[in-house]
Design a protein around this ligand. Sequence first.
Ligand code: XLS
Ligand code: NI
Ligand code: NI
Length: 438
Amino acid sequence: MNYFPNVPTIPYEGPQSTTPFAFKYYDPDRVVHGKPMKDHLKFAMSYWHTLCAGGSDPFGRDTMARDYGQEDPMARAKAKADAAFEFMQKLSIPYFCFHDADIAPEGKDFAETRKNFWEIVEYLEGKMKETGIKLLWGTANCFNHPRYMHGAGTSCNADSFAFAAAQIKNAIDATIRLGGQGYVFWGGREGYETLLNTNMELELDNMARLMHMAVDYARSKGFTGDFYIEPKPKEPTKHQYDFDTATAMNFLRKYGLEKDFKMNIEANHATLAGHTFQHELHTAAINGAFGSIDANQGDSMLGWDTDQFPTDVYSTTLCMREVIKAGGFTNGGLNFDAKVRRSSFTYDDIALAYIAGMDSFALGLLKAYEIEEDGRIDEFVRNRYRSYEEGIGKEIKEGRATLEQLEAYTLEHGEAVMESGRQEYLESVLNSILFRGV
Ligand code: XLS
Ligand code: NI
Ligand code: NI
């Protein structure tokens, strides 16, 4: 069966190419700074948006056929897996990510759901062996079902908490079985609408208890990968507990989870929090928590999580600059947590969207290294802080200065002499590198 009949195996044709089904910048084996592009970028396909999402929104039903020609739910799940692997092979995508609920249908009770799930996990395992495609990370969908209307780990109802734990146990087992090096907690319903009905302290304590259980269990089963929190400030709940990286770091440190958890930063979640994508990546990196990336972009005109394919090359370049500075990915990668627009409803559109996203990050990678080689921006930043390299600045930086000493210094030296931050100049340097050759 061929689920993407018009989509060929996508070749690299170079920047001059006008072929829609060809990469213009992503050349998987091209060596960039000692490493093939594919190892720098570690692209992953999101099972949910790519194979499951049908295009519905609050005002309209699905626009896209996602039944893979099968009526029976288990037959459909297998056809969906076939489609997934056909797609990844054609696009040269080396990894995928999934929620338990993406891959297999829900049964009449948890026992049947679990049976369905494991049947498909085995099916995926076979496909992975056949193709060499790997699992980047796994997760459990603890937000869609009505039992999670009050939260999962932060639910007021202990049976909902228990159900979530049962799902998470199986999702961890599957992640380990399939060789995944990451396990994600995105706090879908972990937040609240009003303090009139909420015990925030208990909810947060319980969330931490669930995460500790997950870590203890996974480590006891030999999992050596990373756990990730995926921060998001709002949507679905008004106050999401994992608002942004700084908030999530505070939570991890309060509960002693910071050794096992890193961040999975999603671009659209960063912008919903009023931050840039770069800010979130940088905050994670300086806190030793740079982990993985959900690659997408929002729309500056819209205040919700549109999960669009990332095509803004400024953003992909600044992102890859952070990735390079953080030393590159270890267990993480670039997962396209992105979906085609409702009106881009054909199977071809999915491939065209991935090509656009992968090319944008490949270009971002090349441009990020050009920024580094150019050196002007890094040099400007270094020079801007030179007052901390000697004299009183050095005393401050090395922790020796006191308020009395600084008072005496100020009395002696008088007013500070200021220098420009040169933002506009630096933006023009960035443009000159991005559009070099015009
Ligand atoms: C939703 C999240 C979700 C996570 C995985 O906004 O991005 O897709 O990545 O649960
Ligand atoms: Ni995400
Ligand atoms: Ni999102």
